[in-house]
Structures are given as C-alpha cells and as structure tokens.
Design a protein around this ligand. Structure first.
Ligand code: TRP
Length: 489
C-alpha cells in the first residue's frame, strides 16, 4: 500500500484524540504495537506490508501457492487469499503437503480479551480460520490470552479480563465454528498438565537476551511479560492437548499447527519455531492477515474503545449506516463535477476497502472499482453498497450470537475428544513417530530436562539409591536395639 498524504485531512477532522498528534517515528509492528510510519509532518502512513515481510523474513503468498492450494484441496481460495488480505506465510506448503498425504495437523488461533466490544476487524482472522476448518476438516484450538491482557496492561484486573473472556468466547463461537472440532480455552483456566510442560519447555530455551531482541523488553519490563511468549507458543504443540491427540507424546509432538493470525503475532511464533527445532517438535506454520483500516482511512487502526473508529458487531443497521456515511474516509473528489471528470481513488477509500474484505463476488467488486475510478459511481452510491454489505455481515453474526448461551460456551470450553476427518481423498496416516531420542518423552537435547536422563544423572541416581539403602539398613538395625517411636515416613 502506498503512503498517502490524504490522511492529513482525515486526521484533522478525526474525532479520535489518540491519533491526532503522533510523533514522527518508524513503522512499528509487534504484538503490542501496530503503528504505520509517522512522517515529520505528523501524518501516519499506511502500513508497508512488503517491508514487513522483508523485515520478518516471511514469504508472500503468490499465485503459484494459491494454485497449489486449489489443486490439493479442490477449493477456490477464500476471498482474503484471492485479494491479498491474507498475504504472507511461513511454510504453508508443509501443511499442504501433509493434507495431500493425509497426515495430521491442526489449526491454532487466539484472541486477547481486552474488551467486550468486538469490531469487524477482529472477525477477520476468525472468519478465515472458520473457512480453513471447513476446508481442511481438522481440529482447531482457540486460546484466549486473559493472562497476556492482564500482564500487558497497567490498569486491567484479572476479574476484568476474565469477564471479557466470557463474552469474547460467545462472539468467537458466533463466527460459526464446529463444536465437534473446536476447543476454546482461557489461559488462566487451562494452565497446567501437558500444556504447562510445553510452556516450560519453551521458556527453558529462551534467554532474556533473546526475549529482549524479539519483543523489545527492557529492565523495567515485568517478568510475566518476558515469560508470556512461552505460553502463547505452547499451544502450537499438539501434545499440549492429550484429550484431542492422545497421550503418546512421541507421536503427538510430530503433529504441526497451522496458525492463522494477524501479522503482528509473528514474533511469538518465529520464536516458537526456533525452539521447536531445538527440542525436535514439529514447527508450526503460519498464515498472516493484514489489518483492516479504521473508518478514518489508511494509517489509522480500529480501536475497541473508540466508537467512531469502527463498525462493531453489536451495531444496529442504522448505526452502521450513520457511521459509514459520517466517518468513512472517502477517496472521492470534493465536487460532483470533479469526481465525474477525474474519478475516485479506491486505494484509500474506506468503503471500498471494506468491500474488498467482505463482498464475496469478484465480478461485482471489479465492476464497482471500475465505475468508481472512472467517476461513473459517486461516493454516496459506493457508501450505500458498503452499508448494505456490512449490515448483512453484522446481521448474520448477530443472529448466531443470540443463540450462543452458557451451555454452548461450556461445550466448546470442555476438555474432550474432537471428531474430524481430514482429507477424505487421502488414506488417513497416523502421526509419524519421531526417531528415538528426539521426542519429548525421550528428552529433546541431552540433559535438556525434557525427560531423559544423561549418563551422569543416572550414575548419581544409582549412588543416591545405594546411600538410601544403607541408611535404611542402619535404621533397621537401630530399631532392633531400641523400640523407636514411629517415625515419619
Ligand atoms: N496474542 C493474541 C492477541 O492479543 C492472542 C493469541 C494467542 C493469538 N494465540 C494466538 C492470535 C494465535 C493469533 C494466533 O490477540
């Protein structure tokens, strides 16, 4: 996306105080900041995704990969893929290979419950994940990082984030996930057992220096934040979920995850992939989405706490209409004559951007693009189409959302076996056993504390046993001499 100066106007008129006076700075995208470059003039530029791909070292999704996807799955790529909204990946081809061969993998995504107010931007990765679940027919785990939202906020209490969790789970379910194939969990509730073992396996393999380099922490960062990446990473490993994949860690640690997420989450999983190869677990693959601009236009971001910045999933049809008409940044010309003569800019027009995300029909979208750019279509008409589309998208969501009760939440959040088929055209392959000595149960690296003992440790243990035996022998002899009072075992 090109940098635009058009935003200057949008920002001046913006009712959003937070984005009015940004300081000049470089583009920063990480799990805790999403901010386009800010020029010396204080104008926020659109996020440069190409630069991000280069910096992060991910790969762009190209035509060839999409063609392969279609060949392997027999499904037309989702509109997000066709339109470059889901645009980047790490080893997505590994997942396609496995699907082709009937080898197991699973989907993993998540949300940080920071507010009750879900907006259309939040639904993008979930809508895409639901589609992937339908296409691949595999288990999906959804993590709610209530712990993260507590650790990374000065003000929020644990009770507060857990409350958001409950309503967010309902919103997530309303995207349409299949209860037979989906497990949703909150970190606070799920922590322990196999999952916690993986958290610790990961944290043991990350030094403070690495965490600082990856996430930008410093001496004043609380230590919970420094550790958190291990938690988010741990769900990438199938052996965190024995009730879904079974108890045989030698097999389950070889089942990889495919993680659909917004690109800002990449640092967590870059780190996880690095650790995975060192402990000989399957490396997760990722597929990354772009962000949806706020109503104020490119370079602005929807905020859950600023009503005028976004279309919320709770909005009524008339609220949607008013917001688009009043706030949606327009790529049209000032006067009708000028617009008819020169046409509008679809690359900065927010209504058009939203149609790119939510209008399914490619031909219709192309017709709108041509008509708007040629000046045949006016801003009012474009906005009317966008309003209709969003009213429908939000309306369908609300219909499902009303049906989600506490029972449904309980079902999705209970630890239980899931049912899935995978590729119906490939023979189902059981997980490949990792060569002895590699799997978790056998210890990753020598003496890495992942289970297996080193020779030294075995020797020590043997010695310890001998000492204990001698002690016991002595105690027995003593007992024979004096009737000792019953000692504590
Ligand atoms: N950290 C994410 C957030 O704040 C939540 C999350 C956890 C997530 N695991 C994930 C997002 C996996 C995408 C994929 O929203």
């Amino acid at each position: 996306m090109a940098a635009t100066s058009v935003n200057a106007e949008a920002l001046k008129e913006s009712p959003i105080p937070e984005v009015v006076q940004p300081q000049a700075s470089k583009q920063t995208i990480d799990p805790y900041n999403v901010q386009g470059e800010v020029g010396a003039d204080g104008v926020v530029k659109a996020i440069d995704y190409k630069k991000l791909v280069e910096e992060f070292g991910t790969k762009l999704i190209d035509e060839e990969l999409l063609a392969r996807f279609e060949r392997v799955t027999g499904k037309k790529p989702h509109r997000f893929l066709r339109r470059g909204i889901v645009f980047s990946h790490r080893e997505f081809e590994v997942i396609l290979d496995r699907y082709e061969k009937g080898e197991p993998f699973f989907l993993y995504t998540g949300r940080g419950p920071s507010s009750d107010a879900i907006h259309i931007g939040h639904t993008v990765p979930f809508t895409f994940t639901k589609w992937l679940q339908d296409v691949f027919d595999v288990p999906l785990v959804i993590m709610l990082t209530d712990d993260e939202k507590y650790l990374f906020s000065e003000k929020r209490t644990i009770e507060e984030v857990m409350g958001y969790c409950n309503s967010n789970v309902k919103d997530i379910i309303a995207v349409g996930f299949d209860p037979a194939k989906t497990f949703i969990f909150s970190d606070f509730e799920f922590m322990g057992g196999a999952f916690y073992k993986n958290c610790v396996r990961i944290s043991k393999h990350i030094t403070l220096n690495q965490a600082r380099a990856i996430f930008g922490f410093n001496e004043s960062s609380n230590i919970g934040r420094i550790h958190f990446g291990a938690i988010q990473g741990a769900s990438s490993f199938a052996n965190s979920f024995p009730f879904i994949f079974g108890d045989d860690e030698k097999k389950t640690c070889a089942i990889p995850a495919l993680i659909p997420c917004a690109i800002d989450q990449d640092p967590y999983f870059r780190m996880t992939r690095d650790v995975a190869s060192r402990i000989k677990f399957a490396k997760p693959s990722m597929i990354h989405a772009k962000f949806l601009d706020a109503l104020q236009g490119p370079g602005t971001k929807m905020s859950a706490s600023i009503d005028e910045s976004a279309i919320f999933m709770k909005d009524t049809p008339s609220q949607i209409k008013n917001k688009i008409n009043k706030y949606a940044f327009s790529g049209g010309k000032v006067s009708q004559e000028e617009h008819r003569a020169q046409g509008g800019r679809t690359d900065v027009d927010v209504s058009f951007q939203y149609l790119r995300f939510f209008l399914e029909d490619d031909d219709e979208l192309e017709r709108i693009r041509q008509e708007y750019e040629s000046g045949k279509m006016l801003t009012g008409e474009l906005k009317a189409i966008c309003i209709k589309e969003l009213q429908q998208y939000v309306g369908e969501f609300q219909e499902l959302r009303h049906k989600v009760d506490d029972e449904t939440v309980k079902l999705f959040m209970s630890e239980r076996p899931l049912k899935w088929v995978g590729n119906p055209h490939a023979p189902r392959v059981v997980p490949q056993v990792v060569p002895a000595g590699d799997a978790a149960a056998n210890g990753g690296e020598e003496g890495a504390g992942d289970g297996k003992m080193t020779k030294n440790q075995l020797k020590k243990l043997e010695k310890q046993k001998q000492i204990e035996a001698k002690k016991a022998q002595k105690a027995k002899e003593k007992e024979g001499q004096t009737a000792a009072p019953a000692a504590e075992a």
